[in-house]
Design a protein around this ligand. Sequence first.
Ligand code: PLP
Length: 462
Amino acid sequence: MNEALQKYVEKANQVQAARQRYIREEVKKWRFDTIAVHGTYSVSEAIENNQGAIIEPMFLSTAQAYRDCDEMEAALTYQIPTWGYTRIHNPSHGYLKDTLALLDGYNTGVETGCFVAASGIAAIAATVHPLLAHKNGETVNFVACAQIYGGTFQLFNVRWMEEQGIECRWVADPNNLDEWKSKIDKNTRFLYGELPSNPGLSFFDLKKVCDLAHEHGLPFIADSTVATPALLRPIEHGADIVVHSVTKTMSSGGLTIAGAVIARKNMVCNIPNDALKADFAMYCMLWPNRDFGGSLSPLHAILVLNEIRTLRTRIDVLSQSSMKVAKFLEQHPKVAKVNYLGLESHKLHELAKKYLWLVDAKYDAQYGKDINRFGHLLSFSPKGGMPASRQVLDGLKRIWLATDLGRIKSSATLPAISTHQQMGEEARTLAAIPGDLIRLSVGGEHPDDIINDLDQALSKVK
Ligand SMILES: *Cc1c(COP(=O)(O)O)cnc(C)c1O
């Protein structure tokens, strides 16, 4: 290595070390809300580099310039931290990914990394791709619970299984460990699950499934979109990789499609690739996500960052409203079934109670102790099957009929004809999504107004 290049590497190492020290000695000592509000954006960084701007800057530049060829070579051979070109990385992504890595790693004692992508699905695609790499006709497979988001089902079932011949082995009951076990063999690359699931509100014993994955030397990937780190940090229970559609619950404003992956460093994995295991998120950012091009716009990185600052309190309020709405629906004469993990009638309520806690409730002046919260998503079936469900949805006046969730504005949909339509009936049965199931994402309106809208729509069912 030439001397000038060596100097750039040394300087970069010093900057990195100072930054790591700031994170270790300051940021990691803060409570969840403070990390959500500030992330790693320090006062000195603002004043020295960003004209004192108190909000993290949007770097809308496509590319980064270098002082000379030595610096460019050091950067583009990844010997120094760089962003180079926004398809690979961008400083505005950096603020978002640092914050998300810290929030999903909060109180876990685990070192985490993160990369952000153009959508939740782009994040999932860039995550599973390197884990399914195979050479010379080698057979590989993966095992996933069937209760997952329709788009993920499509990615796994059509793109991977039908088009690429990589077998996805579906688990119908993720609480049956023997079922998981029976599907793992020497060619299995990872296990995958979503909890709570969209839209069925299914749940499983995360720690047990993670332990099982590790017994077989495999990573466990959890889609934690609906819970967010305000309620669940899967890494604490052993998960190796957490995927989020940041589009959804994490950002309530509805201006952005975005995804993120948070991974533990030095993760368990049976693929002989040291860089992948050491820092999976960094690996995905530098290679698969770069090569597939699912890059997040820096504008949207800052838009969602601004929403995450209030994540904990927002999820608390939405969870309390959802509980009220779920209880209203449960006692309604025209409703056959309600799925909400907070209801004692839900068969997985006791299990969900072990995992879903409002983060830092014990430091909250209002609570002062640990409390369960169950999120903003629920689903229900009115009496009368699919025709009744359509009547309820058509009768809503204020709740939006839209294939969206996590918004500050309540929305509802019929997954069988929208988000989970391409899955087909057979897969929906496996995933426990009946045709008449209405998904309701409870927003920030007063819960009485949400209830009144549901009540008048239900009253129209003949
Ligand atoms: C919406 C969703 C995704 C996909 O996210 P996009 O941002 O729409 O690409 C993945 N998982 C879950 C649970 C979702 O709800």
